[in-house]
Write a new protein. Structure first.
Length: 763
């Protein structure tokens, strides 16, 4: 028997739904079991009572509070409540909510003798002044639920009340052919005892982009304009979403059926064809060479590299392989990891990390990148590391990510999750995450992995010894002070350990079966090469921030796992795809596309890559404080010279051009937005000015060329990696005039090329 997702939903709920949760396979099995009759429990659409005549406070009353917005952050769910009544945000503390609702003002909020006189009902129906206004009518199911509960004596639930364990939706995707089209999304919930119920009327809905589609309180989805978005339903602690595609008019659209190099092209083109977007053509060879060299070597091509590629067979795949085999590729990815892991050296107390320890960590990362060590093994070794931070580089994970005299488990756990899983769990410290699946139980159980991490002085002042104190008790839940043994995110049972639970954490984290880890790493690699992630920001992966192309993210994640977590394999696949090699020039069809990779995006160069590109073009490396002469910018990490800590950029150039201060692990710490101060720095700052005549390069160039056109051509190749157009040559030869052997006009031309937008951007 083969049924659609919606048909299976109807089979379960007698009126329609299906799953958008991350556990699609698990749900499909559940649905199949129900459909063939192995289990057949159903609940009618309007039934709110599970096992008795009296509504349940947790299963029936609290959902009414949620649907009406009573426990939202803008109402009684605020930190201090509202108008004297406080509820836990979105219901994370049912026991406390029951007490405050029933026992805090006995006989007023809830009047069991005369239920209709309860303030809970009078204010909700607008019969008594209420800041939140009228929420529902007396004829509504919400009023009926609250009234019946109060009339039954407002009972609390027993400890065995079933908990919601899964929320499922009736649609996998909405595809609308035209604006104004409508369809309905229904919501179902599965409880821990196996019971099922329709909860559409108790869920709250929202759209990620109301210019594409809206969704009302009844789950009615309406197409507004062409594009793609997601609509979401939240019930209990679960937020689940479904994709909505609204097609543009078909008139005039003719899919060109471009060739696909690999699976990446196929998946991107499949999405573009559905959205009736035509991809741009391929970029030219000069553009490709510059783009791929910037992305894989962290600098522009040299003149020799340009000549070799352009005068040779222009084999793009071979060039990609050449760059991947070069140590510069490894050094670039060392810099990227060092940035995320906040490598900063110095002698100031808050960092607790001497420059020697920082260098030990940095060199260890570089060794892993150069050797091509699988990324899961690379991460696993850091997670379980202990010992001296001077001699065991990866142990510095526990000093770098928490720049403080003592280890702080909560801070570290939040940073750890954000870096290695792309998940921001810190919202769940005080309440269940409002936009994701994570609860306070998840948060405190995860923090417990690091509760026993300690740092102590070594045999010399510079050294810190990292160890796990097995006598440390687990974290306690902030609400009821329960001990929370270590449990992985999404896990049900605590992990078994021999005293140091990090071993089990590392095993789970880097397992090929852990989609959260592989999707996060794959998404970050994609973002580095394409300019933005399939999930963006890359360190905020959550249900309510879905990928713009889910199948594409799954495919590159699976490819990373299949390759044994080999960085170069996935980078090679991406760079060889036509999608990576598309032109930045949009066409009439894709000029408005900013999400689906139908053309290349202009990308402002990172500060370190920009500085190394200036050095490549001029032949003069940067002078970086406290590092050896000739050190590339991507091989530099900040070293503090003061005793107060705080952000450190190393040089004013890095600060001006947005290099991460490494104050946090947030991806937003690296700023690639162009600014006026950057333009002024390139125009009049010393970075360009002192290099225009560096090593006498311009004079040598002028002396070696017979014609000004030849000098101009090489200046273009040095800076922009392309030949000048005939018009550009004519204009610049006129600028040189009768001073063909005078270096000064060429220095002016060189300066102008460095100050062009074309130089500062990857395109």
């Amino acid at each position: 028997m083969t049924l659609s997702l919606e048909s299976m939903f109807k089979a379960i709920f007698n009126n329609g739904v299906a799953s958008i949760t991350p556990h699609r396979r698990k749900l499909s099995l559940i649905l199949a079991v129900f459909v063939v009759g192995i289990a057949s429990t159903t609940v009618a659409a309007n039934e709110n009572v599970a096992d008795s005549d009296a509504p349940s406070f947790r299963r029936d009353v609290m959902p009414v509070f949620f649907r009406a917005g009573c426990n939202a952050g803008s109402c009684h769910g605020a930190a201090s409540g509202k108008d004297g009544f406080m509820l836990s945000l979105f219901g994370y503390d049912p026991k406390g909510d029951y007490h405050r609702t029933v026992n805090e003002m006995v006989g007023r909020r809830v009047n069991t003798a005369v239920p209709e006189q309860s303030l809970l009902l009078l204010k909700s129906t607008g019969k008594v002044a209420h800041t939140g206004g009228k929420l529902f009518d007396e004829s509504s199911e919400y009023y009926e639920t609250l009234y019946r509960w109060i009339a039954a004596g407002a009972p609390d639930d027993s400890d065995s009340v079933p908990d919601t364990v899964e929320v499922i939706l009736s649609k996998e995707r909405f595809l609308f052919e035209k604006k104004g089209a409508k369809d309905r999304l229904r919501v179902g919930a599965i409880a821990s005892d196996g019971s099922k119920r329709l909860v559409t009327s108790l869920a709250r809905f929202h759209s990620n982009n109301e210019s594409v589609a809206t969704i009302d309180d009844d789950g009615i989805v309406t197409a507004v304009g062409p594009g793609d978005t997601y609509v979401f339903a939240r019930y209990n602690r679960f937020t689940v979403g479904v994709e909505v595609i609204v097609l543009p008019p078909a008139e005039g659209f003719d899919w060109p059926d471009p060739p696909a190099t690999n699976y990446i092209d196929q998946l991107v083109y499949d999405r573009l064809q559905k959205l009736r977007i035509t991809p741009s053509g391929l970029c030219d060879d000069e553009t490709f060479l510059r783009r791929v060299t910037l992305d894989l070597a962290g600098r522009t091509p040299t003149v020799d590299e340009y000549r070799e590629f352009m005068d040779g067979d222009r084999d793009r795949a071979a060039k990609i392989d050449e760059l991947l085999a070069n140590d510069e590729f490894a050094d670039l990815w060392t810099a990227l990891w060092a940035e995320q892991l906040r490598i900063i050296g110095g002698n100031y107390a808050p960092a607790a990390t001497h420059v020697k320890a920082a260098m030990s960590f940095y060199e260890w990362i570089r060794k892993q990148m150069r050797s091509g060590r699988p990324l899961n093994e690379f991460v696993e070794e850091m997670v379980v590391a202990s010992g001296s931070n001077l001699t065991n580089g990866p142990a510095n994970l526990y000093t770098m990510m928490v720049h403080a005299p003592r280890f702080e488990p909560k801070v570290f756990a939040a940073d750890f999750s954000q870096v290695f899983l792309g998940v921001q769990i810190q919202c769940a410290e005080c309440h269940n995450h409002p936009f994701d699946r994570w609860t306070q139980d998840d948060y405190y159980s995860f923090v417990s992995f690091f509760a026993g991490m300690k740092r102590k002085p070594g045999v010399e002042p510079r050294e810190r010894r990292i160890f796990y104190d097995t006598s440390t008790p687990p974290m306690k839940h902030v609400v009821d002070k329960r001990p929370m043994p270590p449990r992985v995110l999404g896990g049900v049972e605590p992990v078994a350990s021999d005293g140091d639970p990090r071993k089990e954490l590392a095993k789970w984290l880097t397992s090929p079966d852990n989609k959260m880890f592989s999707r996060n790493i794959a998404n970050r690699i994609w973002a580095q090469l394409l300019g933005k992630g399939i999930v963006e920001p890359v360190d905020d992966i959550r249900v309510s921030n879905p990928p713009v192309n889910g199948p594409l993210l799954d495919a590159i994640s699976d490819r990373l796992v299949e390759s044994g977590f080999d960085l170069r394999t996935l980078v090679r696949d991406i760079c060889n795809s036509r999608v990576y090699q598309l032109s930045v020039q949009p066409n009439a069809s894709n000029k408005g596309d900013t999400r689906q990779f139908s053309h290349a995006y202009l990308r402002h160069l990172r500060a370190d890559v920009l500085l190394d590109s200036v050095a490549t073009a001029t032949g003069m490396q940067a002078s970086l404080p406290k590092f050896a002469a000739g050190t590339r910018a991507i091989n530099y990490f900040p070293i503090s010279g003061g005793d107060t800590g705080g952000p450190n950029y190393g040089t004013p150039f890095f600060k001006t051009f947005g290099r991460s201060s490494r104050a946090t692990i947030c991806a937003c710490e690296t700023d690639t937005q162009p600014t006026l101060s950057q333009a002024l720095h390139l125009a009049v700052g010393e970075t360009i000015q002192k290099r225009l005549w560096a090593n006498g390069e311009i004079r040598k160039l002028v002396a070696s060329k017979e014609q000004p056109e030849q000098v101009i051509e090489e200046l273009f190749v040095r800076t922009l990696s392309r030949q000048p157009t005939a018009e550009e040559v004519a204009d610049l030869v006129a600028v040189v005039g009768d001073s063909a052997k005078d270096p000064k006009p060429y220095e002016d031309i060189f300066w102008g090329l460095f100050n062009s937008t074309e130089f500062s951007f990857n395109h």
